[in-house]
Design a protein around this ligand. Structure first.
Ligand SMILES: *Cc1c(COP(=O)(O)O)cnc(C)c1O
Length: 425
């Protein structure tokens, strides 16, 4: 058998196995190195095998530095969050007091319910699953009323009418695109109407001659009111932030207040303004939450212990009012003065680029017209591909012919990575 130390005669292609073994230092498992070697040999360019292997390694899930200024970048995993696991068994579904099967809704779900004044809460994989499950469990074979101004597409194929279809609920459109009044909902109340679904217009605004019906008014209807909040702001007062709610959060509906106004259920994401792992939360009236938990789709949509454990930590932080230290909130509220001195330090260290004022955005399909003043570094020309190819990829964007790195979305501890990436050739 050929070994890596054997010189390969120029007139004979190396064996796949030898070439694969010569790439062992990439850290990829052997079968993937064999794939890389085969591809390179088939292309008649065995020397390209390392590049192919690097490409395979680069496509694996790994940390990147988000210098885009988009706080909740869906392509970059939305809210960043550190997690730890012990590698041990957990009481995921085990009641330690009784020594019998327990419920996976009591820990993270219980704490989240506590933090927003809900009777109960359960957790599913994302908010899209929460909407589908709530409709399937509460309105299958019956009617669900939605304002024509809220028949939205959230992105990634999540369109309210399609989700409604999949749930088996019949969509009853009420009102008009720009104005929907309580009388429009009242007109469709009958024995067949199972609920009203109110959908937060997370990713677009309508302005001008508009009117929407407040949750407070919808709560007077004789059917449950389910509110798809999407973004997952827990409490409009933001008691976890020293300075209270930032101005850009104005008008963003929050779970606690929406329930207090009379919503029977609220649905929201774990990885948007909550700042946690990807998850969807269904919270509110106990009988409705339980109906969702009993539905067969819950079994299909429930997250595992990794997510629930991370979400429990996040919920605990909110209850302890330390959620301001979650990466999302820390970045979102970072002071521009601090960002400027970091940018100046990087520019001074590297002798590259200039410090600029820029604007971050919440992203993740939330707060469509909000910009948060920020500070970054501008480099001449389009450098995004080379920044992306760095050992720890740095993701930036091009604005008017310059490459902009927004420091708001960069962990301060990652500044040296940014500096290394911008000076590497
Ligand atoms: C983002 C969003 C969703 C989808 O949430 P995911 O957690 O991404 O599935 C649903 N509804 C609204 C209103 C949203 O903003």
């Amino acid at each position: 058998m050929t070994t890596t130390s054997d010189p390969t005669p120029a007139d004979r292609p190396p064996s796949v196995d030898a070439l694969a073994r010569s790439l062992a230092d990439t850290g990829l498992p052997h079968p993937l190195l064999v794939d890389a070697a085969r591809e390179a040999i088939a292309a008649g360019a065995p020397e390209s095998a390392r590049g192919v292997a690097d490409g395979i390694a680069g496509a694996l899930l790994r940390p990147v530095v988000n210098a885009t200024g988009v706080l909740l970048h869906t392509n970059l995993g939305r809210a960043p969050l550190a997690t730890t696991t012990t590698g041990r068994a957990t009481n995921l579904e085990f009641d330690l007091a009784l020594g019998e099967r327990g419920s996976r809704t009591v820990h993270a779900g219980g704490l989240l319910a506590r933090s927003i004044g809900a009777e109960e809460a359960i957790v599913v994989n994302n908010c899209a699953a929460a909407v589908l499950l709530a409709l399937a469990a509460l309105a299958r074979g019956r009617a669900a009323a939605v304002s024509r101004g809220e028949l939205v597409e959230i992105g990634g194929g999540f369109r309210v009418p399609d989700v409604m279809d999949q749930s088996g609920a019949r969509l009853v459109e009420v009102g008009t695109t720009n104005r929907t009044r309580i009388a429009d909902y009242e007109a469709v109340v009958d024995d067949d109407l199972a609920l009203v679904l109110k959908v937060h217009r997370s990713n677009y605004t309508i302005s001008g001659f508009t009117e929407e019906t407040a949750v407070r008014d919808l709560a007077q209807l004789p059917v449950p009111v389910v509110v798809d909040l999407g973004s997952g702001l827990l409490d409009a007062a933001c008691p976890w932030l020293e300075g209270g709610p930032p101005a850009w959060l104005q008008d963003e509906p929050a779970a606690k207040q929406t329930l207090a106004e009379g919503a029977d259920l609220v649905l929201f994401s774990g990885d948007k303004l909550l700042g946690g792992p990807q998850a969807g939360i269904i919270a509110g009236r106990a009988d409705l939450v339980r109906a969702c938990a009993k539905h067969p789709l819950y079994r299909a949509f429930r997250p595992g212990g990794l997510v629930l454990s991370a979400l429990q930590d996040v919920a605990t932080a909110y209850l302890a009012r330390t959620a301001g230290q979650l990466p999302f909130w820390r970045m979102a509220t970072a002071d521009a003065v601090a960002l400027r001195s970091r940018a100046e330090a990087i520019v001074a260290d590297t002798g590259t680029g200039v410090v600029i004022d820029c604007a971050s955005v919440p992203g993740g399909g939330t707060l469509p017209s909000v910009e948060i003043p920020s500070v970054g570094i501008a480099l001449d020309g389009d450098r995004v591909a080379s920044l992306r190819s760095h050992r720890t990829p740095v993701i930036a964007r091009v604005v008017e012919g310059r490459t902009v790195l927004d420091l708001r979305t960069v962990e301060p501890a990652d500044d040296p990575l940014v500096a290394a990436a911008i000076t590497s050739p």
